[in-house]
Design a protein around this ligand. Sequence first.
Ligand code: MRU
Length: 375
Amino acid sequence: MASSGSNELTGTNTLQSIRYNRGSLQLLDQRKLPLETIYLEIRDSTDGWNAIRDMVVRGAPAIAIAAALALAVEVSNLGDFSGSPSDAASFLQNKLEYLVSSRPTAVNLSDAATKLKEVISGAAATASEAKSVFQDYIEAAEIMLVDDVASNRAIGSYGATFIQHQVEKPKLSVLTHCNTGSLATAGYGTALGVIRALHSGGALERAYCTETRPFNQGSRLTAFELVHDKIPAALIADSAAAALMKSGRVDAVVVGADRVASNGDTANKIGTYSVALCAKFHNVPFYVAAPLTSIDLSLSSGEEIVIEERSPKELLNSRGGLGEQVAASGISVWNPAFDVTPANIISGIITEKGVITKSSAADAFDIKAFIQKTL
Ligand code: MRU
């Protein structure tokens, strides 16, 4: 089993994808789960970039935090840096730019980089030596780790209360797609956090998780977390979602997000859109659970979201490309890692500040107004 343990900064004791103490970062190699538990040492931003690109760590919030901490570890162990505060700022900003290039779709990574750059510029403007710019950077990166767990717990609590109110059943069954749990975040999870909160409140009949082809984040990671936490659950093939909903066994769907445009269109793991269409057809409410850092107000709609395309090997070979060949040699492949679910089939967006719903008059989300109100 993967180790659960207490993270010094977050105090969580669920499964940990990120193990961090100042000057040291280890990432659980999620490619090896559920059969092996191996943590890889991340010494610098190059190790961090490779770990993100190669899916050692994945999930929008976890990617952002792993990147921020990889650079924190690099500067913690830098030794002598002879430059000025503004040289230190340029050093950090260039490394952040590089880290952002590792995966394009999840906005949390670029959002974290933007916020960290603001901290760096502020520090460089007042610091008398480079060391204090690095110190401020490290502290800001560490705060991101702590804040993520707190925001996930709030998402879980708001989501569980809201869904129970909407569905009006003492116990509900919830379907989720991909992995949005402790392994995809700093701890607890977003959509899986809502499922955890329903379970701990005695309101969960059963969680259903899809396999999530081709990388199998559902069967390898979500199933693993559900078993680990003793949450009643069943695994289904992605293609079984429609039949399951038709059978009446799903009361709500909750998924995570990699990027939410300002109109509510949501990019998430490939297959999310099919699940949402099935939910719409069967009158099952479909919710997105995501921190505000997953919202990209600079995009007016999902049309503008850049969708990462990954290696054909993920489809041609078993185990998301890591195992033996399973597809016919010579076949060409289209392998988008994400798809966009249009806002008009999303029932609500669960955030750490509450649930964003549509105004009945416009049948549309007003995410900007919601965020304004939370400031
Ligand atoms: O390719 P992945 O595994 O990084 O994709 C992950 C997802 O799509 C998750 O649903 C999303 O990042 C939300 S994680 C809280």
